[in-house]
Design a protein. Structure first.
Length: 148
């Protein structure tokens, strides 16, 4: 434990604090001293105890106002975080849905391509068969013409 000598209301006090916290304690006492002196100047000398009480009330008021603001900001941050999570979830859902649609389109495209290729083969076979029949018909017609 470290000891710090501070001056408050023209009186010296010896206070103890954790090692390394001496500067922080001195900063706190400067703030309290300023509040105390402000009140003393504004309200007059009402007595040390009453001024200390009013100083404590003022400091606690500042603390609770700051705490309210911090809590409000925490709530806002939590709400924003929840909205971000919801938006993130919507984005992932949208991405997954689009990936599924793309997969389905690719499958349909492949099926359509296979169907076109199969129909192309059938068409070529049909043309070949028709050409053979026409050739046979022409050959028969030539033979019939020659035999007559």
């Amino acid at each position: 434990m470290a000891n710090v000598t501070i001056k408050f209301n023209n009186k010296e006090f010896l206070l103890s604090c954790e090692d390394g916290q001496e500067e922080h304690l001195e900063e706190l006492l400067i703030h309290i001293n300023q509040k105390f002196n402000e009140l003393k100047n504004n309200l007059g000398n009402l007595g040390e105890n009453k001024l200390l009480l009013i100083t404590a009330v003022k400091v606690m008021d500042e603390y609770y106002e700051t705490k309210k603001k911090v809590d409000l900001k925490k709530n806002e941050l939590r709400d924003l975080s929840n909205k971000f999570k919801e938006l993130k979830s919507l984005i992932y859902d949208y991405r997954d849905k689009k990936e599924e649609e793309i997969k389905e389109i690719n499958t349909n495209h492949l099926n359509f391509k296979n169907e076109i290729e199969a129909n192309h083969k059938k068409y070529e076979k049909l043309i070949d068969e028709a050409a053979d029949e026409i050739s046979n018909f022409v050959e028969k017609a030539k033979l019939e013409t020659i035999s007559q």
